[in-house]
Design a protein around this ligand. Structure first.
Ligand code: GRF
Length: 194
């Protein structure tokens, strides 16, 4: 059974989908802890599922490195096989990435390498493209530059605003994430070879 830690900042709808999947008896991964950098709404999903959680408030640390060291210490308590960034709106310090990569993955609401960064949905709309997408990648020390594990196109509709487009991308992200975690757990996907 693959053990997974999930780090979030927001509503955690993708986290919830992974919790739902992991609740199925034949799913080969279990979420052992959920962490956040703030009082994220998504922490409520962990509580509902009886999964432990931790919070490392960004603003209480004097540097990215100090914050990351505390996140690393929390992860060390749970020793997950895999860390999933699911809407964590912080760049991790290099020490943390180097310690975990390639066993740390991220979901992104665009078809990387198109539209990396914190505003992937907005940037696709601003660019006026007709298709964007969703990606799951290995986290490296760049901004959304790691090896791509799965991705799928999503059409942009003429009336889309950021909210509407993001709402259509998220279900695709969830499906890709659940499938990537499953394939890592079964050994079908070897992150070390990515
Ligand atoms: C997802 O689109 C994720 O890729 C992005 O933030 C969103 C998180 O949504 N970085 P939620 O918190 O899972 O609802």
């Amino acid at each position: 059974m693959l053990t997974v830690a999930v780090l979030i900042s927001g509503t955690g709808s993708n986290l919830r989908a992974l919790l739902d999947a992991a609740d199925e008896p034949d799913y080969p991964a279990r979420i052992v802890v959920v962490g956040a950098d703030r009082e994220a709404d998504g922490l409520a999903h962990a509580e509902e599922y009886g999964i432990p959680s931790f919070m490392v408030p960004w603003e209480r640390f004097e540097s990215r490195s100090a914050w990351g060291a505390e996140v690393a210490a929390q992860l060390a308590v749970w020793q997950p096989d895999l860390v999933v960034l699911s809407g964590l709106m912080r760049l991790l310090p290099a020490e943390l990435v180097d310690a975990w990569s390639p066993r740390i993955i991220n979901t992104h609401p665009a078809y990387l390498p198109e539209f990396p960064g914190a505003h992937g949905v907005r940037d696709a709309l601003t660019a006026g493209v007709t298709q964007t997408g969703a990606s799951v990648i290995v986290v490296d020390n760049g901004v959304d530059t790691g090896p791509i594990l799965a991705q799928e196109r999503v059409f942009v509709l003429p009336d889309d605003d950021e909210h509407a487009l993001h709402a259509r991308i998220k279900p695709v992200e969830r499906r890709l994430l659940i499938d990537v975690v499953r394939r890592v757990a079964t050994g079908e996907l070897d992150l070390a070879a990515s």
